[in-house]
Ligand binder design. Structure first.
Ligand code: PAF
Length: 295
């Protein structure tokens, strides 16, 4: 968007050569916000946080085919380049990288990143086989191309955030991963590029997900106040039942409480317990998560 008179002018690059040249001009802390486009206020928050904390921000927009299953929404995933560029510019990005599939994957890779099942075989990974391997593959390539000092990931995709933290630690990337809180609509629905798939009726039902999650959190807090041990399975069962009462046609992929650092199951609710939910509303998959204590 090379428009005169604006405070921030974003530099658009589409090839790896252009990206490397642009990167060479940047000094100091370089923040990176990887995205698949269809940007909303959640992405805007990521870019703004990066712009505040670093000297320059690079955003990538790439709908990564490797993280979609054969029957998922890769083809119909929203592509809104013009609006995305305007948002990046307004939020303070210095460079936007918009590669095509052949730019990112000039050949079928013979070396692939694989995420251990302890992190990728539960929650979304259990319902989307190969998804996190595809995410890890593209993020490794992007990190190598962009060479950021900091990378910003939303807590909305909490399992992805944990996997990226381990990826950086296990593969020794000199990058600080900065988590950013989930941005919500006033009625509590977590912002997501997929919310635009919802019909007005489905959109009206969707906030019940967060409402029920908050009820579970209140129940956990109350039980802790009463100094009683609360079995995880009991709270999950109660939560699922309330959710199905609120949205009878919801298909619950999972409604699970796990340890926030390891994603392991625990018998009782504990300090680091986090609630994870994935619900399908007429084919649209919505995910959300919440710590049961703190925040
Ligand atoms: O969170 C996303 O939008 C994607 O999974 C990411 C990190 C950009 C990789 O394609």
């Amino acid at each position: 968007m090379e428009t005169e008179g604006k405070e921030n002018v974003v530099h658009i690059v589409r090839t790896t050569t252009e990206l490397r040249r642009a990167r060479e001009t940047l000094v100091g802390r370089v923040g990176f916000v990887p995205t698949m486009g269809a940007l909303h206020r959640g992405h805007r928050r990521l870019i703004e946080e990066s712009a505040k904390a670093t000297d320059a921000t690079i955003v990538s927009i790439f709908v990564n085919p490797r993280q979609f299953g054969p029957h998922e929404d890769f083809e119909k995933y929203p592509r809104t380049e013009e609006e995305d560029l305007a948002l990046c510019e307004a939020a303070g990005a210095a460079v936007v990288f918009l590669p095509s599939v052949p730019v990112m994957y000039p050949e079928e890779p013979l070396v692939k990143v694989m995420v251990d099942a302890r992190l990728s075989g539960v929650l979304c990974g259990a319902h989307r086989p190969g998804h996190f391997d595809g995410v890890a593959q593209v993020v490794v390539i992007l990190f190598n191309l962009v060479q950021p000092t900091h990378a910003f990931f939303g807590e909305k995709d909490y399992q992805q955030l944990l996997i990226i933290k381990r990826l950086v630690a296990d593969l020794a990337f000199p990058i600080e991963i900065v988590p950013v809180r989930t941005v919500r609509e006033p009625d509590g629905l977590a912002l997501s590029s997929r919310n635009r798939y919802l019909s007005p009726e489905e959109r009206a039902k969707a906030p019940a997900i967060y409402r029920v999650m908050c009820q579970c959190r209140e129940r956990a807090e109350q039980v802790r106040f009463d100094r009683i041990a609360l079995p995880v399975e009991k709270l999950e069962e109660e939560g699922r039942a309330i959710l199905l009462k609120e949205i009878p046609d919801a298909e619950i992929d999972y409604f699970e409480i796990r340890h926030a650092d390891t994603l392991e199951r625990t018998t009782f609710v504990m300090n680091r317990s986090r609630l994870f939910v994935a619900v399908r509303l007429a084919g649209t998959r919505l995910i959300d998560n919440l710590p049961l204590f703190g925040e």
